[in-house]
Write a protein that binds this ligand. Structure first.
Ligand SMILES: Cc1ncc(COP(=O)(O)O)c(C=O)c1O
Length: 395
């Protein structure tokens, strides 16, 4: 069996190991320490955030924001429909009712017109949400200016879930520089990884300071353990932060490689009929965290004029599901696009504005292996399978 190609494995291409050794040597093998302070400061500088708090995960960051907003039973939250469940899980755990907003087919991120419609309805019915959670999907920023101004019109806090977008830009601003607060993930498969971890940023110092305190059990500054409110054990560890410092140093290289991987796929697959790449929004540079393609038609009629001799008129099975199977049989991991939240059994009661765009993408989309360490040979292997086996006429 040939070498396994994973979807998005971690890539330790810098001096992460040396940083971890330095953390060990310092004695701070603990959920605090100089590496945490340094990682916070360097990350804040990278994403141009005045305040940042390093946490055990992005999910923890979202939970702390829900705590800050006192989200509880009876509240509503509006969230991108096409996302990973963690974007909204914490609010729902606290009793909120989610309403999902479909994406725009030109960016695959939250459709601002649908958000405006949802907020106008909510205002009329006196059911404005406690927060809007807008997701930077697969490393592409949502339309910050439009979404932010719509939220401001209604006085609703905007949370940017930039878990997948560390290093992306929106109008030359780093991902996450919008809204009331933003969150990022350093999970094992993300742009930079700390094995697991997350960051919360905001322009509002109070939000970040309270999150920091709550992430350490809300201890009051006393010699003994004094608590005026209950907190959590959500702080990032010093060892994990050391990995993050090493990863941040190679972020430009990671982004360069991610773009190269995307370009290499496009070069090899652009002429394959029926395959479309995730569109790039005009307002920024995505991270290309994962290269995502869409199979525009499930069954493709090979056009007579583009078919090789003898192949004209064949009806070919060409779909994301078939490609996933073919790749899997060759020991290559790929993954369907996020299943839209409004189709998840757990959210069967939830409201949805739009829904057809994310449904269509779920039916047709596939995330191709995009690990930063992927070689040209690996990409050739993936593309040859897609071309030769998926499209017999393309042999
Ligand atoms: C959009 C999005 N939000 C939130 C998360 C949660 O991040 P974490 O695993 O760090 O809690 C992820 C990924 O894991 C994600 O892709």
């Amino acid at each position: 069996m040939s070498k396994r190609i994973f979807l998005s494995p971690p890539w330790m291409g810098g001096n992460e190991r040396e940083m971890v050794e330095a953390a060990f040597a310092s004695g701070y093998v603990a959920p605090c320490g100089p590496m945490v302070d340094r990682f916070e400061a360097e990350f804040a500088q990278t994403v141009n955030a005045p305040y940042a708090c390093a946490l055990a995960s992005c999910s923890a960051a979202l939970d702390l924001l829900c705590h800050e907003l006192r989200i509880q039973k009876g509240d509503r939250v509006f969230c991108s429909d096409l996302t990973f469940v963690a974007s909204v899980a914490s609010a729902v755990h606290r009793g909120a009712t989610p309403v999902f907003i479909d994406c725009d087919d030109t960016s695959w991120t939250m459709n601002p017109d649908l958000l405006a419609e949802a907020l106008a309805d909510a205002k009329r019915d006196n059911t404005l949400p406690k927060a809007v959670i807008a997701v930077d999907l697969y490393g592409q920023c949502c339309d910050y200016d439009r979404i932010e101004s719509i939220c401001e019109n209604y006085g609703v806090p905007l949370i940017i879930d930039a878990a997948e977008a560390v290093g992306a830009t929106y109008k030359q601003r780093p991902a996450g520089t919008a809204g009331w607060a933003s969150v990022y993930s350093f999970n094992g498969n993300k742009i930079i990884t700390t094995s697991g971890g997350g960051m919360l940023t905001s322009r509002d110092q109070g939000i970040v300071e309270r999150a920091r305190k709550r992430s350490q059990q809300s201890r009051e500054p006393k010699a003994w353990y004094e608590h005026e409110e209950l907190g959590y054990n959500y702080r990032m560890s010093n060892i994990v932060a050391a990995i993050g410092i090493g990863q941040l140093q190679i972020l430009p290289e990671i982004l360069r490689r991610k773009q190269q991987i995307f370009d290499a796929y496009r070069e090899r697959l652009h002429s394959v009929p029926g395959i479309r790449f995730m569109p790039k929004a005009p307002y920024g540079e995505p991270t290309r965290w994962l290269t995502v393609v869409e199979f525009c038609s499930k069954v493709l009629k090979c056009p007579q004029d583009s078919a090789p001799e003898g192949a004209g008129g064949i009806t070919l099975e060409l779909s994301n599901a078939r490609t996933l199977e073919l790749l899997s049989a060759a020991n290559i991991e790929s993954r369907p696009i996020w299943k839209p939240m409004h189709l998840q059994p757990v959210f069967r009661e939830a409201g949805i504005y739009g829904g057809t765009v994310s449904e269509q993408l779920f039916q047709t989309g596939l995330c191709l292996p995009s690990g930063t360490g992927l070689t040209r040979d690996d990409i050739d292997r993936v593309c040859e399978i897609m071309k030769k086996k998926g499209l017999p006429y393309d042999k």
